[in-house]
Design a protein around this ligand. Structure first.
Ligand code: ATP
Ligand code: MG
Length: 576
């Protein structure tokens, strides 16, 4: 049992002006964290209790899944990062420095290099595999825009796990185990989440899922199917087959040029010519490391740059600027079209749905109508190149898509042999042949998860912690600290609850009742036991549920049993 009177949990009414999201505001107001520098925080006692609970759940599930805990240093010698090639590739998020002997180091933003170095030294034989090692450790990333408190910090705790298998099949099994462990972890924290397919981006790899806590304040846009399990980051979400059939028979004659003075956007030209946007061949020019490329899609859709990049196998793509557009098309932007264009043309599937349509004439103030794909321009391929949008259907089951926002709290990733090849982490197989180890990596942001839980569980009065990660399970609150008998009785109940395994905050402060109530609500303690004067005289106390607001007046002799039952009930809501 902890006594509030001597406890450093400085609650405040003030709303800090730089705190944009509710979790950041509430963590400050509830006295859980304090800022030291941008993206760098001190965890106060109650805040640390929350982090320890999050870590505890993660640790239990990692151990259950057969992973072994290690602890790696924050300070990493540059040599290891040079071996993997990331010393140059990682950019400014990597904080680099030199020691007194002028040797280069960095603060670890992630630990693939260090763990692969360990494993290449210790693992020789297939008999030592599979292996899964994890740590819960302090990371540093010099984020450009640290914000939202613990959500995007510069120094933060992460659980990072790394699996090592003899082959791809084994690696797939390790991945699955971690995926299942993550589902248990987030369910045990009482969070509504989705595991979404993510783009593997620059790290490369076979597959990747992000675990997203659903919250409007989330930085990521995700879609999920209302009928099946399919969920994806909008960046990655596949568009189902475009069911549309060409609306009209193709124009019999050749394309006709029509004047469109000053009309550049699809909206303007569509209104001017009286042709719906869906019948436009929208043409976007990209500069890429594979050369210039035009992407054609129906005017009612938006291009997805990630898909274009993946389709081309390019390292980078970017929309061509005004100058480059002029060089390629001979016209200002707004008049590009695929007919006679001197660059590679990729078409989105939606182009097939247009029998004949309109497009830019590659000439200022002019467009073409009666353009027929396959006749007037020939795309080198048709592919899924657009962003999913409202009204799209699931690529797996044709169910309706739902759009929501999410906070990425965890990430599981199949790495293949990227690091084991770069750092020569190999083992001898049963035939004595040297093979590369196949890896996976798996991260969870500890502080970000706590913040995400607040985003999902709060009300006007403060935090409403799921009991599994609350700093305290119950608050015992004597209303009048001058009344000795009452305080004694409240204290006895608090101690008994503690003895029964309930984590109790005993609010023995000499404060007005209103302040005590407000603080208990703000800090979000799931159960509150109030000893008021009148009730006490009648041998009663009140038990209040933070989430529902339900208040029960019970005899003091029953309080302990009732609180234990209520806590048990709440724990069921956090079942794996
Ligand atoms: P983001 O896209 O949000 O920057 P990331 O893709 O860089 O995340 P990973 O490298 O996959 O993140 O890291 C694993 C986990 O670490 C993330 O899922 C997230 O929970 C946490 N995390 C990453 N960056 C931060 C940060 N700046 N502050 C707090 N937690 C973070
Ligand atoms: Mg990042």
């Amino acid at each position: 049992m902890i006594r509030y009177s001597g406890y450093l949990m400085p609650t405040t009414k003030e709303i800090p002006s730089d705190a944009e999201v509710v979790s950041h505001r509430l963590m400050l107001r509830a006295g859980l964290i304090r800022k030291v520098a941008s993206g760098i925080y001190t965890y106060l006692p109650a805040g640390l209790r929350v982090l320890r609970k999050v870590e505890g759940i993660i640790r239990e599930e990692m151990d259950r899944a057969g992973a072994q805990e290690v602890l790696m240093p924050s300070v990493i010698p540059a040599e290891l990062w040079k071996e993997s090639g990331r010393w140059d590739a990682y950019g400014k998020e990597l904080l680099r420095f030199r020691d007194r002997a002028d040797r280069e180091f960095c603060l670890g933003p992630t630990h693939e290099e260090v763990i692969t170095d360990l494993v290449r030294r210790e693992v020789r034989s297939y008999r030592q595999l599979p292996l899964n090692l994890y740590q819960i450790q302090d990371k540093f990333r010099d984020e450009i825009r640290p914000r939202f408190g613990l959500m995007r910090g510069r120094e933060f705790f992460m659980k990072d796990a790394y699996s090592f298998d003899a082959d791809e099949e084994g690696a797939a099994g390790s991945y699955r185990k971690m995926y299942d462990a993550y589902c248990r972890i987030f369910r045990r924290m009482g969070l509504a989440f989705r595991a979404v397919e993510a783009d593997t981006g620059a790290i490369g790899g076979r597959s990747s899922h992000e675990f997203m806590v659903i919250a409007d304040s989330g930085e990521d846009a995700i879609v999920s199917c209302g009928a099946c399990e399919y969920s994806a980051n909008v960046e990655k979400a596949e568009c189902g087959p475009d069911g549309s059939v060409p609306a009209a028979t193709p124009a019999p004659g050749p394309p006709r040029k029509v004047p469109t003075p000053g009309k550049r956007t699809i909206g303007e030209v569509s209104a001017f010519l009286g042709i719906p946007p869906g019948l436009f061949f929208k043409t976007l020019l990209f500069e890429t490391d594979k050369g210039d490329v035009a992407v054609v899609l129906s005017g009612k859709h938006e291009v997805n740059e990630v898909k274009v990049k993946n389709r081309l196998g390019a390292d980078w793509v970017k929309l061509a600027g005004e100058e480059r557009v002029r060089e390629i098309t001979g016209a200002p932007s707004g008049y590009a079209g695929p007919v006679g264009l001197p660059v590679r043309v990729l078409a989105d599937h939606s182009v097939r749905g247009i029998a004949s349509g309109a497009t830019g004439a590659n000439e200022k103030d002019a467009h073409l109508v009666d353009v027929v794909p396959g006749r007037d321009f020939l795309p080198e391929s048709y592919a899924d190149l657009r962003l999913v949008e409202e009204g799209d259907r699931c690529p797996r089951c044709s169910g309706p898509f739902r759009f929501s926002r999410g906070i990425e709290v965890g990430h599981v990733f199949r790495l293949g042999t990227k690091y084991s090849v770069a750092l020569s982490a190999a083992y001898l197989d049963a035939f004595g042949k040297e093979q590369s180890i196949v890896m996976g990596c798996y991260g969870i942001g500890v502080g970000r998860t706590a913040a995400a839980a607040i985003e999902q569980h709060h009300d006007d009065d403060g935090i409403v912690w799921p009991i599994s990660i609350a700093p305290f399970e119950a608050c015992v609150l004597p209303v009048n600290t001058k009344n000795e008998g009452l305080v004694k009785e409240a204290e006895r109940v608090g101690k008994e609850l503690s003895a029964r395994g309930i984590e109790v905050l005993f609010d023995d402060r000499d404060e007005r009742p209103g302040i005590k109530f407000k603080d208990a609500d703000l800090v979000g303690i799931p159960l509150r036991v109030t000893f008021g004067e009148k009730n006490y005289e009648a041998g009663c106390a009140e038990i209040r549920d933070r989430k529902t607001g339900r208040t029960d007046r019970v005899e003091i002799s029953e309080v302990v049993a009732r609180v234990c039952t209520a806590a048990q009930e709440k724990k069921k809501e956090c079942a794996p």
